[in-house]
Design a protein around this ligand. Structure first.
Ligand code: IPD
Length: 272
């Protein structure tokens, strides 16, 4: 039988908390860089790898027939039609420096693990350094530490606090800096907190009015996009596209529409 979304969210939370304990309690005084990916500043720590390993072993025990897509380990096939999309540490650079904004993000999706077509069933974003845990189950709402979240209408765009993030490659960053320079004079202020999953959950919690970023990957987006949607918000791309690597815009519907138009005018979804 198909699992219920409430069963799946319980699994997501159990797995994210276990990995969160590992990375938080086991953080060494000095975190070493185990490898680099797309550029010299795109780092993987030993804890990213250990966290993903723990998540995979726990999921193999709890949900042996499901597939897994993880940021560090790629994809493992399954037979159930459910895929777990996992970021073992979102905000790795914060983790490296001892800043608290990092999280384990775990989501169950139906269909291919592609933001353009998937249905996110359940997800958990757990930030062990602050102790905050966001959960969402499709059709059952979003919660922060068990408290239901409901997005109220955001203020006018010029009074919005907007979160964003940057990729790791210089050419992409040049484009992101151009868009930021155009946007910054038009909003209350901009935050670059450094963990996309947490930023999206902060939108659902009302601590940011809007979030946008070019280049988000499925594991940045899966759990947190459901948290925003179940809190009553919208997560979308530009020009009618779904949220995804070209552009993700999140917030209350009216403000997302305004920011989307502005980003479209800036061609924020094109370039490297
Ligand atoms: C990154 C963070 C960052 C965002 C980047 C992501 P990672 O994830 O979420 O805030 O701007 O696009 O790649 O590398 O820390 O898992």
């Amino acid at each position: 039988a198909a699992p219920s979304v409430t069963e799946l969210v319980a699994v997501a939370e159990e797995v994210a908390r276990a990995a969160g304990r590992l990375v938080h309690d086991g953080r060494p005084e000095t975190v070493g860089v185990a490898a680099t990916k797309s550029s010299a500043v795109d780092v993987v720590t030993a804890m990213d790898l250990a966290s993903e390993d723990l998540v995979r072993r726990t999921l193999a025990r709890l949900r042996p027939d499901d597939a897994v897509l993880g940021e560090e380990g790629g994809s493992t096939a399954g037979t159930s039609g459910v895929t777990w999309v996992v970021d073992p540490i979102d905000g790795t650079v914060n983790y490296l420096y001892g800043l608290p904004a990092y999280a384990v993000s775990v989501a169950a999706v139906a269909g291919d693990p592609d933001p353009a077509t998937w249905t996110v069933l359940a997800g958990c974003v757990h930030a062990p350094a602050t102790g905050e845990t966001w959960t969402a189950a499709r059709g059952h709402g979003a919660r922060l530490d068990g408290r239901p979240l409901a997005l109220t209408t955001a203020p006018p765009l010029d009074r919005c606090l907007v979160g964003t993030g940057f990729g790791y490659v210089a050419d992409r960053r040049r484009g992101q800096a151009r868009v930021l320079a155009a946007l910054l004079p038009q909003v209350r202020d901009v935050r670059r907190i450094g963990a996309a999953a947490i930023d999206l959950c902060q939108v659902a919690t009302g601590r940011l009015d809007l979030y946008y970023e070019r280049g988000l990957q499925p594991w940045d987006l899966a759990a947190a996009s459901l948290v925003v949607q179940e809190a009553g918000g919208v997560v979308q791309g530009l020009r009618g596209a779904p949220a995804g690597s070209a552009m993700t815009v999140a917030g209350a519907a009216a403000r997302v529409g305004e920011l989307t138009t502005l980003l479209e005018d800036l061609d924020a979804d094109t370039g490297p």
